[in-house]
Design a protein around this ligand. Sequence first.
Ligand code: GRG
Length: 302
Amino acid sequence: MSETEFTTRLESARKDVEACLDRLLGPEPLEGETARPETLMAAIRHGVLNGGKRFRPFLVIETTRLLGGPADAALRVAAALECIHCYSLIHDDLPAMDDDDLRRGRPTVHTAFDEAAAILAGDSLLTLAFDIIADDATGLDPVARLALVSALSRAAGIGGMAGGQALDLAAEKTPPDEAGIVTLQAMKTGALIRFGAEAGAIIAGAGADARARLARFGAVIGLAFQLADDLLDLRADAETMGKATGKDAGRGKGTLVSLHGPAWAERRLTELVAEAEALLSPFGARAATLIAAARFVASREN
Ligand code: GRG
């Protein structure tokens, strides 16, 4: 698949996901809700409808398509996953964590609103994600919905993203060794990406083999995603050398790139893309979009 064809696919998924998120984040309370407070909704919308790549949702949509699963269910699960990703970014930007003023080129939620609003926007998105999946409107049988809820809880929680963030904060005081860095990154960044790929198998009702294969594919491109992110940070550091201050100085410290250097990272990215392709080889030509996704991750520029 050419880069242009891939970009068209990614863009089309992005539009669908954003339209779905826009509907799910409307002002009208759902059955069982009392009201949707205006300022809270504005903070949530600020943190979600603000121009992300929507790569994790794309994986849900494309892995479901690969296995012939229902596209409307995939779209809702994709939107749920993006809600969790956006919650994590909103909380990560808080002063108690990364303390960032800008996200996706716009003021962070706590900067545009306040810290309490950012905490509550994140909390609301985290719970909403599970409601979106559990709702009858997702259209999957209850066993599949429960499997998705369980897999997403584990990807986002103690042994996944939140745990990875805890390890990352601890790493500022005690730098981890190489194995520690790999574990931290697999949890903090990799777990949601892995879920994005595995979700298609659950939605399509695929067997354990396909599910394990797609989960492994997700884990491999999750590693590539983080490695590419570390390379981008290194380049940004090089550009701002001498100008960077405080937390922005040396963002690339404590990463595999800082341990082994950019040339090693480029080689490792090539290996990871090859591994991702090999994992999808049983699916033949139908896997072309996901293989292009692996290449996109490794060569991304933002
Ligand atoms: C607060 C529980 C909690 C977790 C935060 C996601 C995260 C964990 C921290 C973000 C720090 C960071 C920049 C990690 C590197 C990889 C990453 C997740 C980048 C952002 O994801 P993209 O590139 O962003 O998909 P967009 O904006 O395109 O959605």
